[in-house]
Design a protein. Structure first.
Length: 368
């Protein structure tokens, strides 16, 4: 990954600053009463606050937690190497997957992806968390079909859709280092893509006919791949009510069937502020760099950009704003309701791809 050195540099800075915390912790050993008070307050804050609802790879404190999340991502329009591109310009581009038609003739216009995630976490101690999660995905895309020659007139608009249980993940998260002001934990996750990777639907061809075809990679609920995810997270206490968390996750394909979405590095950095005992706000930067699709399905060969494995992956930076509300004063349970909205700051995607508009995640956690 071309940004792997960025991860090493980022966490080298965190390690250096963590040494400074150790010096402060040594000084605080002479203030036993004050330290005990701080720890009691810290435990109270940890109980009532949680990470932004759109993040994953976070530890649970003790006992069980069940979480249900609903996410939606919208993409609209197209970009070429990060810059906007018109439909007329796309129609002039050659079709790399065949000679008929010679140019791209089907252009995606809008896409929605809905994700339902259910995870169960169990922490037998404060130093170990076990997690299992299942994800159900549904996708809808609207496309325009153009005549293959002459004036390239618009023949019509059509939609395709797919849905399936997408993946199962099994995670182990462990505490690595813990001080009054800083916590480090690691993550090891095995992710298995279990949904269909050759779903079909009716499409409008450039010849003006309808045909049942295998959908392009972007519309498949799964790629049948197996991945290993390794993560490292550091959370630092900036004040009694404010924390700063940095996280790096690397997702590596270790087994695939025909094709697979590319390896991925994700960096997250967020600040969380406990505005009230039961209300917290977060601001997050999310950076993702991903490789293109590896392998191919020879039956995916429509004259559309999403059929080309090279038109996947790239670099993206998003900003997210979130709210978590502890509902325990209403339900007498350890319940948290959260929402996070993310918008792209820049998108330097590989070659020709759809442009991401926004992402929204709403979730509910119950601990017991």
């Amino acid at each position: 990954m071309k940004n792997f050195l960025t991860i090493l540099l980022l966490f080298s800075v965190f390690l250096f600053s963590d040494d400074h915390d150790k010096h402060k912790d040594h000084e605080s050993m002479h203030k036993d009463h004050e330290s005990m008070h701080m720890m009691e307050h810290k435990d109270h804050t940890d109980h009532h606050s949680s990470a932004p609802i759109g993040t994953t790879g976070n530890m649970h404190h003790m006992g069980w937690m069940v979480s249900v999340k609903q996410g939606v991502m919208n993409m609209n329009g197209n970009i070429m190497d990060g810059d906007s591109i018109s439909n007329a310009e796309i129609l002039e581009m050659p079709n790399p997957l065949g000679s008929m038609p010679a140019n791209l003739s089907v252009i995606p216009e809008d896409m929605d992806m809905h994700m339902t995630m259910i995870d169960v976490m169990y922490a037998p101690s404060k130093d170990l968390t076990l997690m299992m999660m299942g994800t159900y995905v549904s996708k809808d895309m609207t496309l325009n079909t153009y005549a293959p020659m002459m004036d390239r007139n618009l023949l019509g608009k059509f939609s395709t859709s797919s849905s399936d249980l997408s993946e199962l993940t099994f995670s182990v998260l462990g505490n690595l280092h813990d001080t009054d002001n800083s916590k480090w934990h690691g993550e090891a996750t095995l992710q298995k893509s279990i949904g269909t990777n050759d779903d079909t639907d009716q499409v409008l061809t450039p010849m003006g006919t309808e045909m049942n075809m295998i959908l392009p990679y972007a519309m498949q609920a799964s790629d049948k791949g197996t991945r290993l995810v390794l993560g490292l997270t550091n959370s630092r206490k900036l004040s009694d009510k404010t924390s700063w968390t940095n996280q790096a996750r690397y997702k590596k394909v270790i087994n695939k069937k025909d094709w697979a979405f590319g390896d991925l590095v994700e960096l997250n950095s967020w600040v969380q502020h406990q505005y009230q005992p039961y209300l917290s706000f977060s601001a997050r930067l999310k950076f993702v760099t991903q490789d293109e699709v590896s392998g191919a399905n020879p039956m995916i060969m429509a004259p559309v950009q999403t059929a080309n494995p090279k038109n996947y992956g790239g670099d993206e930076l998003h900003i997210g704003l979130g709210v978590n509300h502890d509902l325990s004063f209403l339900t007498s349970k350890q319940d948290v309701l959260g929402i996070e909205v993310l918008f792209p700051i820049f998108q330097d995607k590989n070659n020709l791809q759809m442009e991401t508009s926004y992402q929204i995640v709403v979730g509910f956690n119950r601990s017991f």
